[in-house]
Design a protein around this ligand. Sequence first.
Ligand code: AMP
Length: 171
Amino acid sequence: MTDLRQYIRDVPDFPESGILFRDIMPLLANHQAMDQAIQAMAMGVPPGGIDHVVAIESRGFLFGVGIAQRLERGLVLLRKPGKLPGNVRRHQYALEYGSDSLEVQADALRRGGRVLLVDDVLATGGTLAAAARLVRECGAEPVASTVLIELEALNGRERLDGISLHSVLRY
Ligand code: AMP
């Protein structure tokens, strides 16, 4: 087992002053490390299993594909506005400055379906909490979430009310 931390590059003051950015590009560039990361993230599957893996744009997609393949489940993408064709549902959520939105195709999830949410980093938890709300608005149940990196000092975990969180690396 490799220590995956050596594949995460810390970039101070990016994208703005005061932010310590956790850059996953060195991980992506190493197929064995990436394979180990996906295997570890897939351990977030809850007892009772899931029906769908739901990945969040954009770096959540990089892990969502591999996790869905490993768990032998279908993948559904939550996208930024205007990217998905057809009938979509949108959820708008507040950021520190301004707001953002996520969309999903209205027929992508089935009513009562159990969902595992996937993203690369949990920071404040706003993004995962918004994703969970959108999944619920579709009638499905976000039962668990999995991330590669959890920034513990920001307490994002507390915003996930009731949804279990699995994180591979904690900073
Ligand atoms: P949040 O909604 O605050 O939990 O932010 C989560 C989203 O922002 C994730 O999709 C990450 O890709 C990104 N993100 C937030 N903080 C960082 C960070 N320090 N390093 C890398 N990505 C981050």
